[in-house]
Ligand binder design. Sequence first.
Ligand SMILES: NC(=O)c1ccc[n+]([C@@H]2O[C@H](COP(=O)([O-])OP(=O)(O)OC[C@H]3O[C@@H](n4cnc5c(N)ncnc54)[C@H](O)[C@@H]3O)[C@@H](O)[C@H]2O)c1
Length: 277
Amino acid sequence: MSGKLQDRVVIVVGAGSVGPGWGNGKAAAALYARAGAKVLAVDIDPEAAAETAGIIAGEGGTAETFTADVTRTDRVRAMVDACLDRFGRIDVLHNNVGIVAHIPTVELSDAEWDRFHDINLKSMFLTCRAVLPAMERNEFRTDADGRKLGRGAIVNIASIAGIRWLGVPYIAYAVTKGGILPLTRTIAVEYAGRGIRANAILPGLMDTPMVVEPLKETYGGGDLAKMAEARDALCPTGYMGDGWDVGHAAVFLASDDARYITGAELVVDGGFTARAA
Ligand SMILES: NC(=O)c1ccc[n+]([C@@H]2O[C@H](COP(=O)([O-])OP(=O)(O)OC[C@H]3O[C@@H](n4cnc5c(N)ncnc54)[C@H](O)[C@@H]3O)[C@@H](O)[C@H]2O)c1
């Protein structure tokens, strides 16, 4: 059976997970592979990338790993070269890397402000800039009826923290996540006529390992069960989303089903932002 992304080549940046279980990037990488894609699992932590690639291989999929700190231009260029060497092309770029911390505004140092910008925002600019020329070299695909399907797709993981106050003073997180939206929009319009789409996903409160250490004091006074309870209660659904919710949205946006969707900001938050504050 042929999947939605059969034989497409997907780079997942931040494909590992900072803790046990399923983060957004790890789940997305697994779902891309289940949709038939070949995945380059990129992470600053080689073991985290290897774990994700191992899961994909164990399910009969195709995945390779590449270690890179994507705040560095030379490593991002090397990542693109490695993908072209190993798979011959790049069809999808999925940017998942992001960090969060509860730091009140007047306590945030210059260095932390810069670090958040480098990791959460500059990394996405660097990867998009490096990947776009390779995508432009792909053939323009059409379906059986001659409808144009495009030749590349970018999925950037932002956050509803970029468009709303979520009750946590994390100015550097909110600002950098918000910055992903014009970054994505600009690329979307600049490349719309060239067959490359760019969309952002804005997850809400998701139950992933990433938030545990930085936010356990904020939500649960250090108690993980209380933290989960508090975060569940904040969601209109009564429960948080998870990495699979983000991953399914990403596979849709990367696939030809979304061929006319570009520059979109897809909120995946169980109604959090729809509810009046
Ligand atoms: N969990 C939530 O509630 C939530 C909500 C909104 C948005 N998000 C977004 O989801 C994304 C993270 O999701 P996750 O669950 O996969 O997180 P995660 O932290 O588990 O995984 C991210 C991976 O990125 C890697 N990484 C970090 N810095 C890197 C760098 N400089 N270069 C290369 N790799 C690097 C880490 O090693 C890690 O394996 C972030 O962009 C975050 O802002 C999460």
